[in-house]
Write a protein that binds this ligand. Structure first.
Ligand SMILES: *[C@@H]1O[C@H](CO)[C@@H](O)[C@H](O)[C@H]1NC(C)=O
Ligand SMILES: *[C@@H]1O[C@H](CO)[C@@H](O)[C@H](O)[C@H]1NC(C)=O
Length: 585
């Protein structure tokens, strides 16, 4: 599988500054030993520790523009993993730190947005200023070098509907992650020791064979150690008697082994053992994980979501049900009193959180709810193994596969996914835009999966082209459920579902607790997903556990609980489900 054509690769190489690592002169303490034990295990892979993956979301630095941001991805992916690891054994929500906020702001040691930098400077920046999550500032492949500024709105933003303004989110409302300690680590032994604590960032030389890598144990034979790229290491081990490192790249899931790679260990291949970086999150056990309460009540702006009323299954030729539905074969006794896909015996099966409203308002809830529920179901089917798949809502929007930024309908999205399939977000990044229009009315293969490269006249944005081979996901069947019993059976047996709700102003201002709102004529105008239910210890009342797509600083880390049994905000009236598959339909 080729991910770049030869001409694009040549263009990339000729553009000089490469993938984005530029060594900084910033003086930093070098760490040679970190953990005071020589008793390290023979292998360790943070993608699978006692069956659990701690790996944060796999990304693609090269979309929607070419951008030499590897140094920021390497630093944030290792640190994001480490925050999750720091929370110990309890099932925890994954954290994906915002690369874009750093590209907008970090100029330490000459770091220059898409024109490259050094992970150690990224860590120094986070040490001094902190960094929010991705849902505050989504990756756009731009930076301070391309005109971005570092005002509060460039760190955490939200946008109002109807062409309304985008504004900065109050600093007290979103959580800022900080680090206590950071430094350099080099040499096989010290790297292995640091890896006992968590993944680390490392720099490498990129040869054309590495760029074309499709799997297996990589070994460079050119002797190139001219470091021009940063990656993160998630572990080490032995493959067929050969000592190896396990690394993660930021070139999408269609590169290498689902975005990861295996490389020989112990011979400084590609220079991988000469210059690594680590950072230790502040407050490692992270008690602050509780959603912070907003400093001041915000004003509701009518966020809504963009679901165009009840699911019209007739419009797509009816539901597509080919096997018995869980509520037909499960009895009430089979269903547990409480269920939460974020914590099933200590395992968290849910995928990443999203914000549909940045960098501009987009009524894409219908695409967000459907892709979150389906991604969670893929995670459940894989036993929460890495790599996690986060299906791309932008592809649905690009092709009007159920709707646009002006709203849409989940029933149509399932139907479209069954026919066409969709890729992971590392093929098509969320832009909150009706791209079909922007790129000319026929949104072609580039609107499904793309990569961008520097060209002779433009390092960034460079030029983009379609990627033709990439993992694609379909649904084999889809349909509706309504009412608490059907919803519980479907969620318990197969995973999260999508549901319509009436997103009121009061719901928009929700900051936590078990929500309840009595409304006489609730009208579905928003799609969320439901991933479980529970029982309030004090009142004995049952509630649903739902996921919104309004950022992690909304509600309970982006999630909410709402009273069950009274069709609160119409949440039990019109739900949808799909069964994901990798098989073409
Ligand atoms: C690795 O660490 C050693 C010890 O501090 C240092 O002398 C050496 O320059 C480092 N190598 C690189 C490539 O940074
Ligand atoms: C290089 O990229 C720039 C910016 O996207 C574009 O305008 C130009 O046409 C590209 N040149 C080539 C030769 O592809």
């Amino acid at each position: 599988m080729k991910f770049l054509t030869a001409s694009l690769l040549a263009a990339t190489a000729s553009a000089g500054t490469n993938h984005g690592f530029r060594r900084s002169d910033a003086p930093t303490e070098v760490k040679l030993t970190t953990v005071s034990t020589s008793d390290v295990p023979d292998s360790l892979d943070w993608r699978s520790v006692n069956g659990r993956s701690y790996a944060s979301t796999l990304r693609n630095q090269h979309i929607p523009n070419y951008c030499g941001a590897c140094y920021t991805f390497a630093a944030t992916s290792a640190l994001s993993d480490r925050i999750r690891i720091g929370r110990g054994d309890r099932a925890s929500q994954q954290v994906d730190l915002s690369v874009q906020a750093l590209l907008n702001c970090n100029d330490i040691g000459g770091d220059d947005g898409c024109h490259g930098g050094d992970p150690i400077n990224v860590y120094q920046y986070i040490f001094e200023n902190g960094v929010p999550e991705e849902t505050c500032q989504q990756y756009r492949a731009t930076g301070l070098d391309t005109g971005e500024t570092c005002e509060p709105i460039d760190v955490c933003m939200d946008c109002a509907p109807g062409g309304g303004d985008c504004t900065a989110v109050d600093k007290d409302v979103y959580y800022t992650y900080k680090i206590d300690e950071y430094g350099l680590v080099n040499g096989t032994e010290a790297m292995i020791q640091e890896l006992q604590r968590a993944p680390i960032a490392c720099t490498v030389a990129v040869t054309s064979d590495f760029a074309d890598y499709t799997g297996g144990v990589f070994e460079d034979t050119t002797g190139d150690t001219e470091m021009d790229h940063s990656i993160s290491l998630v572990g080490y081990g032995t493959e067929d008697g050969q000592d190896v490192w396990y690394g993660r790249n930021s070139w999408g899931d269609y590169w290498g082994e689902s975005g990861f790679f295996t490389i020989v260990r112990g011979s400084n291949n590609l220079g991988i053992e000469a210059n690594c970086q680590y950072a230790v999150p502040a407050d490692e056990d992270n008690e602050k994980w509780e959603a912070p309460a907003p400093a001041e009540p915000r004003e509701a702006v009518g966020l809504g979501g963009g679901r165009l009323g009840a699911n019209d299954w007739e419009a797509v030729g009816g539901e597509h049900v080919t096997s018995p539905r869980p509520h037909e074969y499960l009895s009430a006794d089979d269903i547990p009193a409480a269920w939460d896909w974020r914590d099933v015996d200590g395992t968290n099966f849910v995928t990443w959180d999203k914000n549909q409203h940045i960098p501009q308002y987009c009524g894409s809830c219908w695409a967000q709810g459907v892709t979150s529920a389906l991604s969670d179901r893929l995670s459940i089917m894989s036993g929460a193994a890495a790599p996690q798949v986060n299906l791309a809502p932008q592809v649905l929007i690009n092709f009007n596969g159920g709707g646009t930024c002006e709203g849409g309908m989940p029933a149509k999205a399932y139907n479209w996914i069954k026919k066409n399939g969709i890729p992971d977000q590392s093929c098509q990044v969320y832009q909150a835009l009706d791209l079909g229009g922007r790129r000319g009315n026929d949104c072609d293969d580039m609107c499904v999966c793309e990569t961008c490269s520097a060209n002779a006249t433009s390092f960034t944005p460079g030029s983009c082209e379609a990627v033709t081979e990439f993992p694609t996901y379909y649904v084999s069947e889809y349909g509706s459920v309504k009412g608490a019993d059907q919803m519980k059976a479907e969620i318990y047996a197969r995973g999260p579902i999508g549901c319509g709700i009436d997103a009121t102003d009061a719901f928009e201002l929700y900051t936590g607790g078990i929500y309840s709102e009595t409304k006489r004529f609730a009208m579905v105008n928003h799609e969320i997903s439901v991933a479980g239910w529970g029982v309030d210890e004090e009142t004995g009342e049952e509630y649903w556990i739902g996921r919104n797509s309004w950022g992690t600083w909304w509600g309970e880390n982006g999630w909410f609980r709402i009273k069950m049994g009274s069709d609160n905000l119409a949440i039990e009236s019109d739900c949808d489900w799909g069964v994901p598959t990798t098989e073409k339909q």
